[in-house]
Design a protein around this ligand. Structure first.
Ligand SMILES: NC(=O)C1=CN([C@@H]2O[C@H](COP(=O)(O)OP(=O)(O)OC[C@H]3O[C@@H](n4cnc5c(N)ncnc54)[C@H](OP(=O)(O)O)[C@@H]3O)[C@@H](O)[C@H]2O)C=CC1
Ligand SMILES: O=CC(=O)O
Length: 321
């Protein structure tokens, strides 16, 4: 039997490329050229599988891809992929759960600490030569994290790892909001499931970790922000559009919340002149939740394994349908 052919929209670490090459013919897009939707549809027309990390796919895109059996993404989030529509066309969509959980939770804890203690904005002031105030100046004060209340919106795989750090390292009380209950997390960490408004009213640190779906788009808007404490911080490690960014910017300007620490944005990369860049009560990172070499390699390998399985006509381990 001849090997199936797969298309990669961008290259991968060697271990992942080697795995794919054992089983498939590989075609990799030349990243010096923009991959337009038209060019992508053309590339998909004669392949058995594709890896489209960060690009997304819908049924229109694959309408001429008669051999396509799998679309893999080397991310855990899969917003942008029409999983149900593609399943109807017998195309699996796969993601990379579990292998990035600890790494993302580390970054989220960094954001929590920076948001509460203003590490990033104060670092900018020091670097700019603006260390003019005594350390007794109240303008340098932050908020405590230790012993405070953490509210997780989306207590899933990553949320649970954040909770472990919060409970074991920082003695925090844990609230969470999900559609379903997590009895094992409640038992292990004393976590309490509450309605979203209760979480927002009570938490000192609100962490967003829900996937972006139709139900979660702008889940946190003006009304929700108005329920948060003036001393609270909002941390987003999920997707930018879960928060209404315009409403958040207004809350930050009016200081109705203490600050925000954000790894994800409604438009990425953040365009020059974006209002968030002007604020001094924010910590901003460029969507790097899973960005360590070891974790990115593990994600690439897992995505490669899913791609190969699907291209060979098997059901991939991380098939979403
Ligand atoms: N910044 C970064 O670099 C990264 C960002 N991410 C983002 O984080 C997200 C979460 O990842 P992960 O923890 O692995 O995902 P999981 O699926 O394990 O967890 C998501 C949680 O959100 C809850 N949830 C889903 N929909 C709703 C809703 N409408 N209302 C309330 N709760 C909801 C789910 O519970 P239930 O179904 O019971 O509601 C679940 O517990 C990813 O989808 C991705 O977008 C992930 C990795 C890195
Ligand atoms: O945002 C990253 C992901 O893995 O999802």
């Amino acid at each position: 039997m001849s090997k199936p052919t797969v298309f990669l929209a961008r290259s991968l670490p060697d271990a992942a490329l080697n795995h794919i090459s054992q089983f498939c013919h590989l075609r990799i897009w030349d990243e010096s050229k923009p991959l337009t939707r038209e060019a992508l549809a053309h590339e998909l027309a004669d392949v058995d599988g594709a890896m489209l990390t960060g690009i997304g796919a819908d049924t229109e895109l694959v309408k001429h891809a008669s051999k396509l059996k799998v679309i893999s993404t080397a991310t855990v989030g899969y917003d942008g992929f029409d999983v149900a529509g593609l399943a109807e066309q017998n195309i699996y969509v796969t993601n990379t759960p579990y292998v990035l959980d600890e790494t993302v939770a580390d970054l989220l804890f960094g954001l929590i600490l920076s948001g509460a203690r203003r590490i990033a904005p104060l670092h900018e002031q020091v670097k700019a030569g603006n260390w003019t105030k005594q350390t007794t100046a109240q303008s340098l004060y932050g908020q405590d994290v230790y012993n405070q209340t953490l509210g997780i919106v989306g207590m899933g795989r990553i949320g649970e790892k954040i909770v472990h750090r919060a409970k074991e390292g920082f003695g925090m009380k844990i609230l969470y909001h999900n559609r379903s209950s997590r009895p094992e997390v409640e038992k292990k960490y004393g976590a309490k499931k509450v309605e979203l408004h209760e979480l927002l009213e009570q938490a000192d640190v609100v962490v967003i970790m829900v996937p972006l779906t139709e139900a979660t788009k702008h889940l946190i808007g003006k009304e929700e922000l108005s329920k948060m404490k003036e001393t609270a911080i909002l941390v987003n490690g999920a997707r930018g559009a879960v928060i209404d960014e315009a409403a958040l910017i207004e809350a930050l300007k009016q200081k109705t919340i203490f600050g925000a620490a954000l790894d994800v944005f409604e438009v990425e990369p953040l365009p020059p002149g974006h209002p968030l860049l002007e604020l001094d009560n924010v910590t901003l990172t460029p969507h790097i939740g899973s960005a360590t070499a070891a974790t990115r390699e593990a994600m690439a390998l897992r995505a490669a394994e899913n791609l190969v399985a699907g291209a060979l006509g098997q059901k991939p381990r991380d098939a979403l349908s």
